[in-house]
Ligand binder design. Structure first.
Ligand code: ANZ
Length: 842
C-alpha cells in the first residue's frame, strides 16, 4: 500500500466524524462564542458540480477556521427542494416529483459526506417537507394579516410552453423565456403579490450597513434594482374626466416646458381615455395596444428604437399655467412605473424630443443651459430678460438639453437654478393642492403566485361568496395532494385545481363548500427565511425559535454565487425586515458578510458535464481525493475570481498533500518534546505564520493561506533533511502547526497526521496556537543605500540601528564609494533602519 493512501484515510476519518459528531452545536452548556457560517443551500439537481465543490469548500474553510479560533460554529445544510425541474421531470419522463427530488437529495448528501464538509447533519431541512413548508404558509398568513400579501389583476409575462408566469428577469432580451425558449406573451391574471415596495426605502438605506462586508458589485446591483428616483407628483386636470391624472417627474422644474402628455398603452388609464374618445381613436388604440404588447419591457426602454404612438384626442390642463396639452399614448411609457403617465418636456428629455419631432409636437425650452448656475442667485432685471438668449434649439439639433442652467419661459421660476426651481415649483404646487414632492422606485411588488404543482400551497380558501378566508393556523400545513392520478401537464392554471378532493374544502367560517387557492408560492419564498429554520429545525410549534435567533443570527458569513446577487438576497432582506417589524427577530439584515465565489470555467465557459474538458465532482474525488480537490479550489486564486480548470492541477495538490503528510511521518520526537530549545530560525518562521494566517483567513485570502502553508512545509522539510533534524522540538512544533492549518483545507489528511503525531481526534478542535511575540521581532532588516536616488548597495542591519551608525555603514560601502567617486557630498538623508540617500554635486 502507498504510504499516503488518501482513499483509505478519507474513509477512516468519515467514520470517526460520524461517531464523534464534532460539528454538532446543540449543547446548551457550551460557553464558546458563536459564529453562524452558511452556504447558499443547493437545489437537488443531481450530483454536485464543480461550482458547488468550490463554494462549499470556501464555506467549510471559514467554518473550520472559526472552530480553530475557539468558536462554536453553526454550519448547517439543507435543500431548496421545490421547483420546476422536478415537475418537468415528472411531466417528461413520468417520474414522481417526490421520488425524483429525494433521490437527488440522497445523492448530493453522499457527495457532501465524501467531501468532508463539516455540516451539523442533525439540522438538515428540505423545503419540500410539509414540516418546512408549513412555515412558508404561516409566513404568508403573517404577511396577509399585515396587508403585505394581496391579490391584484395585472399583465404578467406568460410562458406559453411552460404555461406559467415568469418574473421580468426570466424574460431574455430577445423576448423569449429563459426556461423554455418560447416567445413570452402578456396575459392578464389575478395573482398574489408581496408588497416589497413598502420596504423599498429601508431595503435601499440599510445597504449602507453592509458596505465593506458585501461585494461592492452586489451592493450596486441591489441599489440599481431598487432604483429610487426623487421628484414630484403633478396633477393634471383632464377634460371630461372627474379625477385629475397624476404624473411622476424627476424634473418638476421643467413643468412650464410640458407640451403634451403620454400614457402607457397597457395602463388602465389609457384604456379609459381611449374609451371616452371617438370610435376612430378606439379602433386605433386597440390596434396599437396589441402591437405594443408584442414588445418586451427591455425593447420598450431601448432609447434607440423609433418612437411609436397615437393621439387619444383628449386634453389635459397644465396646473401651473393653464395650458391645454394633448394626451398621447406611446409604449416608451411603462404602465407600472410611477403612475404610468408622463408630462412630456421635449426640450429637455430625449425620449420626449424624439417623439415630438416624429409627430410634429411643439418643443419649448425652459432651461437656459448656457447660463451659469454657480454663485448667488442673480437679481433678474427687466433688461436681462429682454436680452436675446443664445439658444441651442433642440427642435433643430434633435438633441435634448439635459444639462443644468437658469430657468427661462417659466414665469415665477425664471432665473432660478434647477435645485431652487424644483423647490419653488413644489411649493407652488403644494399651495395649490395640485402636486407634491414624491419618490418612485424601479422595484415592483413581488409576484409570488405560480401555476405549478411542486411548491407550497397558498393557505387561502375562496368562499362561495368570493371572500378570501385564511386557512386557520391550527389547520396548517395545507399538504400537497399525492401526484398519483393528477395531470401535471401545464395548462394555464395550477394542476392542483384538478385535484378535486383536495381543492374542495369546508369554509372555515360556516362549513359551507369552498375552494382552496390552487396556486403555489414562488420558491424564492422558501429561501427567504431558511437561515432561521436551521436554528430550530425540528421544532414543530414555531417557524423558528426567538431565543435561538438571538444566539446565532444574523449569519456571520454567507457564501454563494453571484447569480443570487439580486432576487434571493433582496427577498431574504425583505422578509427579515418584516419579521423584525413583527417582533420575531431583533436584527434587520440577515447576512452580515457575503462572499460570492467566482465560477469554475472550462475553456473560458462555465463548466458543465457537457464541457469538452468538463469533469465531475465524483470523477475528481475518485481520482485525487476530496482533500486534493478542496485544496485545488482554494489555492486557485482569490475566491471571488473565476477558476480556469485548465490552469489548476488536483494531481499537484495531491502531491503536495503527500509531501506534507511525510513530515508527520518523519517527526521522531514525542509530543512532550521541548519546543523552546528547538531550531530558532524555524521557530521564527512558524510563529510568523501563526501571526499572519488569522488576518489572511478573516479577509478570505484562502489562496494566500495555502501558499503560506506550502512555504512552511518547505522550510520544515529543509530543517529535517539538512538542518535541525527530525528530533528537533521546533520541527515537531512546525509540523503540528502545519497539521492544524491544513485541517481547514484537507481535513482528512490533517486528521491522519494529527494521529501520527500522537494526538486524539479531532485536529479540527485543536485550536489555533498563539504566536510568541518574542519570535516575531525581526532580527534584521535590509537597509538600502542610495546615491542620488539610485540604489548602490544594501546591508542587513539591526532594526535598532541608530541614524549615525547607519550613515557610517553607508559611507563605508564600496558600492557607495564607487558611485560617489570624486564628486562632492551636498546632503545625506537617513531614514533608519531602512534607507540612506547621499546627494552629490560636481
Ligand atoms: C418630465 C421630465 C423632464 C422628465 C425632463 C425627465 C426629464 P427615472 O429617473 O428613471 O425615475 N417617466 C415617469 N414615469 C414614467 C413611465 N411610467 N415610463 C417611462 N418614463 C416615465 O425617470 C423619471 C422620468 O421618467 C420622469 O421625469 C418622467 O419624465 C419619466 F427634462 O418628467 B420626466
Amino acid at each position: 500500500a502507498p504510504e499516503y493512501d488518501i482513499a483509505a484515510i478519507e474513509q477512516k476519518w468519515r467514520a470517526v466524524w460520524d461517531e464523534l459528531k464534532p460539528w454538532a452545536t446543540d449543547d446548551p452548556a457550551d460557553k464558546r462564542p458563536r459564529k453562524y457560517i452558511l452556504d447558499m443551500f443547493p437545489y437537488p439537481s443531481g450530483e454536485l458540480h464543480m461550482g458547488h465543490a468550490e463554494a462549499f469548500a470556501f464555506g467549510d474553510i471559514v467554518a473550520r477556521y472559526w472552530r480553530l479560533r475557539g468558536f462554536n460554529v453553526l454550519h448547517p445544510i439543507g435543500w431548496d427542494s421545490f421547483g420546476l425541474p422536478a415537475e418537468n421531470a415528472a411531466i417528461q419522463r413520468g417520474a414522481n416529483p417526490v421520488t425524483w427530488t429525494y433521490d437527488n437529495i440522497a445523492e448530493q448528501r453522499g457527495n457532501f459526506e465524501r467531501y468532508g464538509v463539516s455540516f451539523d447533519w442533525s439540522r438538515v431541512l428540505h423545503t419540500s417537507d410539509p414540516e418546512y413548508y408549513k412555515w412558508n404558509q404561516w409566513l404568508f398568513l403573517k404577511l396577509y394579516e399585515k396587508g403585505l400579501a394581496y391579490r391584484k389583476e395585472s399583465w404578467v409575462n406568460w410562458d406559453p410552453v411552460d404555461q406559467t408566469v415568469l418574473a421580468n428577469e426570466q424574460v431574455l432580451p430577445d423576448g423569449t423565456s429563459e426556461r423554455s425558449g418560447a416567445m413570452v406573451v402578456k396575459k392578464k391574471l389575478t395573482q398574489w403579490y408581496f408588497k416589497i415596495t413598502d420596504y423599498a426605502d429601508r431595503l435601499l438605506d440599510d445597504l449602507n450597513q453592509l458596505e465593506g462586508s458585501w461585494p461592492p458589485k452586489v451592493l450596486a446591483m441591489q441599489r440599481n434594482w431598487i432604483g429610487r428616483s426623487i421628484g414630484a407628483d403633478v396633477d393634471f386636470v383632464v377634460e371630461g374626466r372627474d379625477e385629475p391624472v397624476t404624473v411622476f417627474t424627476t424634473r418638476p422644474d421643467t413643468l412650464f416646458g410640458a407640451t403634451f402628455m403620454v400614457v402607457a398603452p397597457d395602463s388602465d388609464l389609457a384604456a379609459e381615455l381611449a374609451a371616452g374618445s371617438t370610435p376612430e381613436v378606439q379602433a386605433a388604440f386597440a390596434e396599437y395596444l396589441a402591437q405594443a404588447q408584442k414588445n418586451t419591457e427591455i425593447e420598450r426602454q431601448d432609447a434607440t428604437r423609433e418612437k411609436t404612438g397615437i393621439p387619444l384626442e383628449r386634453f389635459a390642463i397644465n396646473p401651473v399655467n393653464g395650458e391645454r396639452i394633448p394626451i398621447w399614448t406611446a409604449d416608451y411609457v411603462l404602465a407600472d412605473y410611477g403612475h404610468g403617465a408622463v408630462m412630456a418636456v421635449p426640450a429637455h428629455d430625449q425620449r420626449d424630443l424624439d417623439f415630438a419631432l416624429r409627430f410634429g409636437l411643439p418643443v419649448r425650452q425652459v432651461v437656459d443651459t448656457l447660463a451659469p448656475v454657480t454663485g448667488a442667485i442673480p437679481v433678474i432685471t427687466e433688461e436681462m430678460l429682454n436680452e436675446p438668449i443664445p439658444v441651442l434649439d433642440p427642435a433643430v439639433t434633435g438633441e435634448a438639453l439635459a444639462g443644468e442652467g437658469r430657468m427661462i419661459n417659466s414665469g415665477p421660476l425664471d432665473g432660478l437654478s434647477k435645485q431652487n426651481a424644483i423647490k419653488r415649483v413644489i411649493e407652488i404646487l403644494e399651495a395649490a393642492g395640485t402636486g407634491r414632492a414624491a419618490r418612485t422606485f424601479r422595484l415592483r411588488d413581488w409576484l409570488i403566485s405560480r401555476q405549478r404543482f411542486w411548491g407550497t400551497p397558498i393557505p387561502i380558501i375562496h368562499g362561495a361568496d368570493g371572500e378570501l378566508v385564511p386557512v386557520p393556523e391550527d389547520q396548517l400545513p395545507v399538504v400537497l395532494p399525492p401526484t398519483e392520478g393528477l395531470d401535471l401537464q401545464p395548462r394555464g392554471e395550477s394542476p392542483l385545481s384538478a385535484a378535486t378532493e383536495w381543492v374542495t374544502v369546508a369554509d372555515p367560517r360556516d362549513g359551507s363548500p369552498a375552494r382552496r387557492d390552487a396556486d403555489t408560492m414562488d420558491t424564492f419564498v422558501d429561501s427567504s427565511w431558511y437561515f432561521l429554520r436551521f436554528l430550530s429545525p425540528n421544532d414543530d410549534s414555531k417557524a423558528f425559535d426567538l431565543a435561538e435567533a438571538e444566539k446565532w443570527a444574523p449569519v456571520d458569513q454567507y457564501v454563494g454565487g453571484v447569480e443570487h446577487a439580486i432576487l434571493h438576497l433582496l427577498y431574504a432582506r425583505f422578509i427579515t425586515k418584516v419579521l423584525f417589524d413583527l417582533g420575531y427577530v431583533s436584527f434587520t439584515e440577515p447576512f452580515s458578510a457575503l462572499l460570492n465565489q467566482g465560477m469554475v470555467l472550462s475553456e473560458g465557459k462555465k463548466m458543465s458535464k457537457r464541457s469538452p474538458k468538463g469533469t465531475t465532482f465524483t470523477a475528481e474525488v475518485d481520482k485525487h481525493g476530496a482533500d486534493a480537490l478542496r485544496l485545488t479550489l482554494a489555492f486557485a486564486g482569490p475566491p471571488e475570481d473565476h477558476i480556469n480548470w485548465e490552469d489548476v492541477s488536483p494531481a499537484a495538490s495531491a502531491k503536495f498533500l503527500a509531501r506534507a503528510f511525510r513530515l508527520a511521518k518523519d517527526v521522531t520526537s514525542a509530543p512532550e518534546v521541548e519546543w523552546k530549545s528547538g531550531d530558532a530560525a524555524l521557530r521564527r518562521i512558524t510563529h510568523r505564520f501563526l501571526a499572519d494566517v488569522p488576518g489572511l483567513a478573516e479577509s478570505l485570502k484562502f489562496n494566500v493561506v495555502v501558499a503560506r502553508i506550502m512555504e512552511l512545509v518547505n522550510a520544515t522539510r529543509k530543517a529535517i533533511d539538512t538542518g535541525a533534524g527530525p528530533a528537533d522540538g521546533a520541527v515537531r512544533e512546525a509540523v503540528e502547526v502545519i497539521t492544524i492549518a491544513l485541517s481547514m483545507f484537507a481535513p482528512h489528511t490533517a486528521e491522519e497526521m494529527w494521529e501520527i503525531l500522537g494526538y486524539e481526534p479531532t485536529v479540527a478542535l485543536a485550536g489555533w496556537r498563539k504566536a510568541d511575540p518574542t519570535l516575531l521581532i525581526e532580527e534584521s532588516v535590509t537597509a538600502v543605500f542610495q546615491v542620488d536616488g539610485k540604489v548602490r548597495d544594501k546591508a542587513e542591519v539591526s532594526p535598532k540601528v541608530t541614524a549615525a551608525e547607519l550613515e557610517e555603514l553607508a559611507r563605508a560601502s564600496a558600492g557607495v564609494q564607487r558611485a560617489i567617486g570624486d564628486r562632492e557630498i551636498v546632503n545625506v538623508i537617513v531614514r533608519e533602519p531602512r534607507l540612506v540617500n547621499i546627494a552629490t554635486r560636481g
